[in-house]
Design a protein around this ligand. Structure first.
Ligand SMILES: [Mg+2]
Length: 360
């Protein structure tokens, strides 16, 4: 299929489903090679690496990236449900409680001083109650039982990509200001990670998703995100530096996995994961009106996961971006057919659609 320049933009519902499912597809494919070097990936899948679910011999699973993204959705749904019923809720407290419920799904306990949240629909979904190499800082930050803030951070030196990879949903809420999107996301990052780049990378990623949902093109939204990152107060220099490097590298087109890692890093930390995913999306951007969103999605995810770094998070972030931009039109149907838990992901997407639009 093709998207013509005058085609109507995707609906919010399509963008929400597209971003959450797109992230889960990138996460699932990337998770199969998360701890492999590029040499090991080539040895197993050939010179071009892992190109899609059709290359897999067994079943695949999504990982903590998708789990935590869905818990972000759940927290935002809860806060919006309170708001719709006329009660102001502390959004960051809803996020903390949701992430504490996620912590419990990982077989971890918070100290008795931490609140014991009431279970919600998401907590009964067995497909999410699996331990898939969760990020260490996400676990340890929540397991303190302390609600981390920018002023009183938990894990003060941590900037692992566990903040960025869970933060697309902040950008999927319509009718809030870009500044509010940024602040909600950055404050939620501080619940587990204290380094400024963790806050800034998560907030800027959510801002990028917000711009796409508002109708920006990919390059336009990325340019705005870079400007946003460069203009932040007390900016950690590594975020704008890595995003700038992603732009420069995308200008060269498709590079080798070795060159990608050399220029942008392996993606284990927040700004690198964001930069690798952004590069993958921009470098594989097709020319012209006959562009095929499905092919773009396939190419971008393959570029995002085939390297020696943190392939599930970089794949997840790239999938979130493309799904927010194209809506569901970019999701390869045969990949979706192989995705576990699609009903649960769509169930959470529908909750967000319903609470933001009244549809459904
Ligand atoms: Mg993961």
């Amino acid at each position: 299929m093709s998207i013509e320049p005058d085609a109507s933009p995707p609906s919010l519902k399509s963008r929400i489903h597209g971003s959450l499912l797109g992230g889960a597809l990138g996460d699932s494919l990337g998770y199969t090679v998360e701890f492999d070097t590029i040499e090991q990936i080539r040895a197993r899948y050939g010179a071009a690496g892992l190109r899609g679910f059709e290359d897999l011999t067994g079943t695949s699973h999504f990982s903590d990236d998708t789990q935590m993204t869905l818990y972000t959705v759940d927290a935002l749904v809860e806060a919006l449900e309170w708001a719709n019923s006329g009660v102001g809720a502390d959004v960051n407290a809803c996020l903390w409680l949701a992430y504490l419920r996620w912590l419990a799904t990982q077989g971890e306990t918070a100290p008795p001083s931490a609140p014991v949240p009431q279970p919600r629909w998401i907590d009964g979904q067995q497909v999410l109650r699996q331990r898939r190499h969760p990020g260490k800082a996400c676990i340890s930050g929540l397991a303190t039982g302390e609600m981390g803030t920018a002023a009183r951070p938990v894990n003060p030196g941590s900037k692992g990509c566990g903040t960025v990879m869970r933060s697309a949903p902040f950008g999927l809420i319509p009718h809030i200001t870009p500044d509010a999107v940024y602040k909600l996301s950055a404050d939620a990052a501080s619940l587990t990670h204290g380094h400024p780049s963790a806050r800034q990378s998560a907030g800027t990623f959510s801002f990028l998703i917000h711009r796409l949902v508002a109708g920006d093109g990919l390059a336009e939204a990325a340019t705005r995100a870079l400007a946003q990152a460069a203009g932040l107060d007390g900016v950690a220099p590594e975020l704008p530096e890595r995003l700038e490097a992603a732009f420069l590298l995308a200008g060269k087109g498709i590079v080798t996995p070795e060159e990608l890692v050399q220029a942008l890093g392996e993606g284990w930390v927040a700004e690198e994961a964001f930069a690798v995913a952004l590069y993958a999306v921009l470098a594989s951007l097709p020319d012209g009106a006959a562009a095929d969103p499905v092919q773009h999605f396939r190419d971008a995810v393959a570029l995002a996961i085939n390297h020696s770094g943190d392939s599930d998070s970089t794949g997840s972030i790239a999938g979130n971006i493309l799904g927010a931009y194209y809506g569901e039109a970019c999701l390869p149907p045969e990949w979706l057919a192989s995705l576990e838990g699609q009903d649960v992901i769509r169930g959470m997407a529908d909750q967000l659609v319903k609470v933001t639009t009244g549809e459904g």
